[in-house]
Design a protein around this ligand. Structure first.
Ligand code: GDP
Ligand code: MN
Length: 382
């Protein structure tokens, strides 16, 4: 789950990073009231899950009430690469001497956390990595030891942070690492990490992604995320504990188990089709769960055909077939379905489907056959 800047900054503050106090608001009047209270100059910042807000006109300094009103009016509703701004963050503007970059993420190939630091902050880090890779310091951290002050000092020194702020940068890195570990983040990034004219080190921006698999450890995280811009179908799926990811195509995909769903996407793409979603009903899916999953897939209007690919292990194919029959009775889908049932109780499952004689449902024995049939069905229906 990706956090908005101000939510990331709240987690930063909790772990001792220096950030500016501010207010999150959703109306122009509240923005002006917050700015008056904070004191000028303020910075008015679009809260969207998209980088490059500054370049897109979503970050503006205001030196008085009129400017605060003008910027709030322009930024609320602003479309930043497809993300509509519904929330503003108002904070007291900082004076900037230098902009640095810092992040902590998981290095999958090393199977260790990775700390990155650069004095080239405020620009896209991919550009730094490409054009001046020597200016991007990367060090793995031993997860059993954590990021020690010594290692953080070494990173800041190697990265050529200004002499007088090496200590401050090291403290910021240690705090950022603590955010990453204790909040179960997959990414914690500060760009820019600024040095103020009075030589304080401070986070001016925050990009934090939390690992959803650890959500149970953090009841306080439930409030976070970009709630105003969620896809309603994804919200419904999450409530029902179904893994659903919307994609751009027109073939609805339903399977049990992430591996099976992923290979189903590949096989459909190979057959010339474009998946509309990734839906994993999970292991041990029963009839009720199958019905919910069908309902979720059909609530996407782009879906022109559905591929139902079940490999029975713990999941019993007869249960799944009963769920499908119940779903059809209730939802009366008009789009064609292709069903492949294989594994535990598959013969019984296919018998149930045959007996029910559901309209617009074809069966397939193999995944390839199923993919070809569903691609043809989607073409016929669009
Ligand atoms: P991003 O464009 O989405 O990465 O948004 P940032 O929060 O990083 O802001 C973009 C740029 O605006 C920063 O790199 C700064 O140069 C500038 N900026 C943001 N906040 C302030 C501030 O408080 N004072 C000053 N002087 N500049 C700021
Ligand atoms: Mn930034």
């Amino acid at each position: 789950m990706d956090l908005l800047e101000y939510q990331g900054k709240q987690l930063f503050a909790k772990h001792g990073l220096d950030v500016s106090d501010g207010s999150a608001v959703t109306t122009v009047d509240d923005a002006v009231a917050a700015a008056n209270k904070i004191g000028y100059p303020v910075v008015v910042k679009a809260q969207v899950l998209m980088g490059g807000r500054g370049k897109a006109g979503g970050v503006k300094l205001a030196s008085d009430e009129d400017e605060a009103r003008e910027h709030a009016t322009n930024i609320l509703g602003l479309d930043i690469k497809g993300h509509i701004t519904r929330t503003l963050w108002i904070e007291h503007a900082s004076d900037i001497a230098t902009e640095y970059y810092a992040s902590v993420l998981l290095d999958r190939s090393a199977k260790k956390p990775l700390v990155m630091f650069s004095t080239e902050g405020g620009v896209e880090i991919e550009t730094v990595a490409e054009e001046t890779p020597e200016k991007l310091i990367k060090q793995n951290v031993d997860p059993l030891v954590g990021l020690t002050k010594e290692q953080a000092l070494d990173i800041a020194t190697q990265g050529k942070a200004d002499e007088d702020v090496i200590e401050g940068v090291a403290d910021a890195l240690v705090a950022l690492y603590e955010v990453w570990i204790e909040e179960d983040a997959s990414l914690a990034e500060i760009n820019p990490l600024i040095v103020t004219p009075d030589r304080k080190v401070k986070a001016l921006d925050a990009k934090v992604s939390l690992d959803g698999n650890a959500a149970f450890r953090h009841p306080d995280h439930a409030e976070l995320g970009d709630k105003a811009n969620l896809d309603p179908i994804e919200v419904k799926a999450a409530e029902q504990d179904v893994v659903y990811v919307k994609l751009d195509g027109n073939i609805g995909i339903l399977g049990n188990g992430a591996g099976l769903v992923m290979s189903t996407l590949d096989v459909v793409a190979q057959a010339g089709g474009e998946p509309a979603n990734f839906l994993d009903a999970g292991g041990g899916s029963d009839a009720a769960k199958v019905k919910q999953a069908v309902e979720i897939i059909l609530s996407n209007d782009n879906v022109k055909a559905v591929l139902f690919n079940i490999f029975g292990g713990i999941t019993r194919c007869d249960e799944v077939a009963n769920g499908l029959v119940a779903a059809f009775a209730d939802l009366k889908p008009t789009v064609p379905f292709v069903v492949r049932l294989d594994g535990t109780n598959d013969v019984a499952g296919r018998e149930i489907l045959e007996k029910a004689a559901l309209p617009n449902v074809q069966t397939a024995k193999t995944m390839n056959e199923a993919a070809e049939k569903v691609v043809a069905a989607a073409k016929g229906n669009s």
